[in-house]
Design a protein around this ligand. Structure first.
Ligand code: PEP
Ligand code: MN
Length: 360
């Protein structure tokens, strides 16, 4: 086993450009046709995009979704590189993907969130790339908020002698309704930064936000938080995109966003404060989402009680619940009085929601 640690990973060659502007990797979620790939790339050339991205093999959550055009799309990326001079990037998940992408001269490979969560797949990629010091490999965070899994994937690649390594923060999957598609949990990439201070870390606001309107504010937030750059999905016809339609933006929209982004010089005190405030925002988003879910379950219980002719308020259940919550709060270091107030308010709202249910 190699002894390379994340602390040894330096910035990517195309990071820290002289202009000090952030790295921008942009392009469609998927390469769908040669025409769509080239039209998007032509529109992205010359607007400050460092590398063109497009998924060739798409790991989709549900079978039957568009799964990418496969090997034939590599030729379209080669055409983009030839014609525009931009670096080209695609996602790899297996040995066969890596071999095909290397044969096609792809400059940047990224490991997607679903793959980072699977150590066997990451090791297979690392073994296939063994000692490759030409290709750049970006590791997206795993689907689940597990810093060790993310660091472990980077460690496997570093251990295989891959020197051009970076990371991409794309948020974490979570159940239930949330403001964003993927929960950012900013403290996790900040912790990664602490473990790998010299490594290039990008932010993917497209997959975090999941909606076009979030791309600009999340991009600014990422730059303010010290990310080295952005990976943004851009498509020449976003409404008709075959994957991730809602979050893709037109190249001209990206141009306008890049024109507006403010790159601030690091002001440590303010930075630290804003990082902490982002964590507060994260917590509040989570709290609200959990409350919404709790009320929805509560209404279901209300319907059940109604249809079975049960009373809405069941004092024994309420007393048992409060006692259990107070015990749990004690182990979490929360004040008993505060917990009692919160639980009471939640319970009152729950009862109200059940009373307000229409008769079936
Ligand atoms: C993508 O970049 O299109 C993609 C599938 O990303 P992720 O692995 O972050 O879901
Ligand atoms: Mn996508």
């Amino acid at each position: 086993m190699s002894t390379v640690t994340l602390k040894d990973i330096g910035p990517l060659a195309f990071a820290n450009s002289e202009s000090g502007s952030p790295i921008v990797i942009a392009g469609p979620c998927s390469a769908e046709t040669e025409q769509q790939t080239l039209a998007t790339a032509r529109a992205l050339k010359g607007i400050g995009v460092t590398a063109f991205r497009a998924g060739v093999w798409k790991p989709r959550t549900m079978p039957g979704s568009f799964e990418g055009m496969g090997d034939q799309a590599l030729a379209w990326l080669q055409a983009v590189k030839r014609e525009t001079g931009m670096l080209v990037a695609t996602e790899v998940a297996t040995e066969a993907h890596v071999r095909a992408a290397l044969d096609a001269g792809i400059d940047i490979l990224w490991v997607g969130a679903r793959t980072t969560a699977n150590p066997f797949a990451v090791q297979e990629i690392a073994d296939t790339l063994m000692c490759n010091d030409e290709v750049t490999v970006l590791v997206k965070n795993p689907l689940n908020p597990d810093l060790d899994l993310w660091m472990g994937a980077l460690q496997r690649l570093a251990g295989a002698g891959i020197t051009r390594l970076g990371a991409v923060h794309r948020g974490f999957s979570s159940a239930g309704a949330h403001l964003y598609r993927n929960d950012p949990q900013w403290h996790i990439p900040f912790e990664l930064r602490r473990h790998a201070p010299g490594m290039t870390i990008l932010c993917d606001p497209s997959h975090i936000g999941g909606k076009r309107e979030f791309v600009e504010p999340l991009s600014q937030l990422a730059l303010d938080a010290g990310f080295d750059g952005l990976m943004i999905e851009s498509h020449c016809d976003p409404d008709n995109a075959l994957s991730d339609s809602a979050q893709q933006i037109l190249p001209e929209t990206l141009k306008s966003i890049l024109g507006k982004l403010v790159v601030r010089s690091g002001a440590p005190v303010e930075d630290e404060l804003s990082l902490l405030r982002q964590q507060i925002d994260d917590c509040d988003h989570e709290l609200l989402a959990v409350l919404a879910r709790r009320m929805s379950v509560s209404r279901e219980i209300g319907s059940y009680k109604k249809s079975h002719n049960l009373r809405v308020v069941q004092p024994a259940r309420y007393q048992a619940l409060i006692k259990a919550r107070l015990d749990e709060a004690r182990t979490l270091g929360l004040s008993q009085e505060f917990t009692q107030r919160i639980m009471q308010a939640i319970h009152e709202e729950s009862v109200q929601q059940q009373l307000d249910l229409p008769d079936n």
